[in-house]
Design a protein around this ligand. Sequence first.
Ligand code: GDP
Ligand code: IMO
Ligand code: MG
Length: 430
Amino acid sequence: MPAIAIVGAQWGDEGKGKATDLLGGRVDYVVKPNGGNNAGHTVVVNGEKFELKLLPAGILSPQAISVIGNGVVINLEALFEEIDGLEARGHDTSHLRISANAHLVAPYHQTLDKVTERFLGKRAIGTTGRGIGPTYQDKVARLGIRVQDLYDESILRQKIEGALRQKNELLVKLYNRRAFTVDEIVDYFMIYADRLRPMVVDSVQMLNEALDEDKVVLMEGGQATFLDVDHGTYPFVTSSNPTAGGASVGAGIGPTRFTRTIGIVKAYTTRVGAGPFPTELFDEMGEQLRTTGGEFGVNTGRPRRTGWYDAVMARHAAMINGFTDYFVTKLDVLTGISQIPVCVAYDVDGVRHDSMPMTQTEFHHAKPIYEYFPGWEEDISGCRTLEDLPENARNYIAKLEELAGVRISGVGVGPGRDEVIQIRDLIYED
Ligand code: GDP
Ligand code: IMO
Ligand code: MG
């Protein structure tokens, strides 16, 4: 019953999609447990590039059933756009299933996301503007609309009436926007209801039965540990729990059933949107990482902020998620850098911190303490074993492993599906 969670260890875009795709051919189910179309997972298969936002990258593995879990928020318009895009490219999506308990993003959520950001001014989060925060807000406030509501129109209408009573007050009186009518929201959802119906399942029952039958279930987290609403750099976070605990809730798989939690971590660090970032680079080296690493957001096209690897964050992420393994991506991007700095601790107002400081203020003041490791010049994209790597690259990986205190079981050396060094099996223990 392997139940494996793939979790971002930094601020997103670590290569979770690629890691999922790598395992996709060997698993029975791929579940997205959290987030929505704020994600952007790029997968390159035989030179062909796929950019997945709402769908799990598992959709590219035809023998695996792809599941949008109960913890996800779904924009139906975006969902069908993505499905149609894949079908037009000759990819079958009939193996997609959707939890009846997943929440729906309504047009008013998207409007509220944008106006709230504008209202925050200089304190804006830099959200993706997809309505993700407001939809999760309604879920917690018990004002949300769920997939199953589409199949009881009187319930749907009542729920939308309840939500709009509050939203329209906010939109009209506070944000000077137009009110939405109940009919237009009902109509918006009903356009998709019939097409969605055959995909809707009790995903929790389905996944747990699959585990009972010794099937392999992979959870493909969106976002990342430091964007987690509980454990991230609050308030500069998303509104879900993209950690291993969140995957348990968002897929409905109990924590005792998890066999592996795999942290995906870049060999350096990036971030999109606002918030603290101790190792951020503002010089030519930052630009080099951005250009070489292709660090531009899939979702919004924004350039990603770039910086050095932060081992304090890697240790913290390992602790919160109970990582059994790390998968380090984009090692190839560091090729040609003569000395590679790694942040091993922080200096916070003159005091050394080897672990994450307790408060937001301290983290904002954190200055990285670096150790420097010799780099390599050779092209490593063709390496398939650790032994193939230049000695300095091997030492760099060994150092990251030692600093994180978690074994590194895979290393990415290029964007392609096969551009990877597999150190140990990621599904079954050797
Ligand atoms: P995700 O959101 O965690 O799935 O990551 P993204 O897809 O947003 O960003 C990761 C980017 O790095 C994508 O463009 C991948 O194709 C690419 N990528 C993944 N692994 C590697 C790697 O090992 N080397 C290189 N050069 N690119 C990689
Ligand atoms: P993947 O799955 C990187 C960031 C946004 C913003 C904050 C809140 O591709 O790693 P939201 O729209 O979620 O309310 O925005 O979170 N963010 C991401 N950054 N990768 C992502 O997903 C992200 N999803 C959200 O930029 O700072
Ligand atoms: Mg991404």
